[in-house]
Every structure is written in C-alpha cells, then in structure tokens.
Write a protein that binds this ligand. Structure first.
Ligand SMILES: [Zn+2]
Length: 136
C-alpha cells in the first residue's frame, strides 16, 4: 500500500496517509481545521546502490547491490545486525582478557615450580635486565 503525502492549504498541516490505489480519490480532511487536503507529488524513496568495497574473504572488489548479495551468498557470509558489532567487540575483549589471565597464571605457576636458585635468577633477570649469559 503506497504512502501519500497531503498538504492543507488553509493551515499548512502536512500528513502522510497509507491508502490503496482504489482509495486514491477519497478526500482527506485536515486533522486541525477539517479542510480538504491537497495530495502532493513526492519522489519515491529509492535505495542507493551499495558502495564499492574489497571483500575481506576473497580480496575481490565488489561493486553494486547485486554483486554484494552474490558475494555474501558465495562466501557464506552475512551482514551484522545492529548492535551485533558491539556485542562481538565485548566478547572478543572478554576472550582476550581470559587469555591474558590464563597466560599470566601459567607463567606464575611455571616460575613458582622452578628450583629456588633458578627462580631468584629469573626474577633478578626480569628486574635488572638479562645481561648475564644464559645457560640452559
Ligand atoms: Zn488544516
């Protein structure tokens, strides 16, 4: 059902009306002054073409809406929903933080399990810089 725009010449009120083509000739009255409104000719909203981009999966240059849709189908990808990017970013940060914590705990456990002399030497090297010759 198309949307039609009406304008009241008496008070300047504008309104949009959904109506069937068969109802096109029905008079629309102004909500404010109840005068018959004039239908206006308005350009329909048209979706612009998709901006060109390089596909992150294939590296191919994609131009236009159809090529974009075909590329998504071919690569098995989809567009992110609104808010999904933030959610993904938060999840990645949580994963990174968990990985950092696991690495830190593993390193700490490793250092703790070293014989005392090696542990003290390692701590000294970490604090003072490793300018001694390393023997394994
Ligand atoms: Zn009016």
């Amino acid at each position: 059902m198309p949307i039609y725009q009406y304008y009241c010449e008496a008070c300047g009120m504008k309104s949009q009306v959904f109506k069937k083509l068969a109802e096109l000739e029905r008079t629309e009255l102004c909500e404010l002054c109840h005068t018959a409104m004039q239908r206006q000719i308005v350009a329909p909203a048209v979706l612009g073409d998709y901006p060109a981009y390089r596909c992150p999966v294939t590296g191919k240059s994609i131009e236009g809406r159809r090529a974009h849709a075909e590329n998504l189908a071919r690569t098995g990808c989809r567009l992110l929903e609104p808010g999904e990017t933030d959610s993904l970013r938060r999840r990645r940060k949580a994963d990174d933080d968990a990985l950092d914590k696991a690495v830190e705990e593993t390193a700490e456990r490793f250092v703790h399990e070293l014989p005392t002399d090696k542990r003290e030497k390692l701590i000294c090297e970490i604090n003072c810089g490793a300018d001694t010759t390393v023997t394994r």
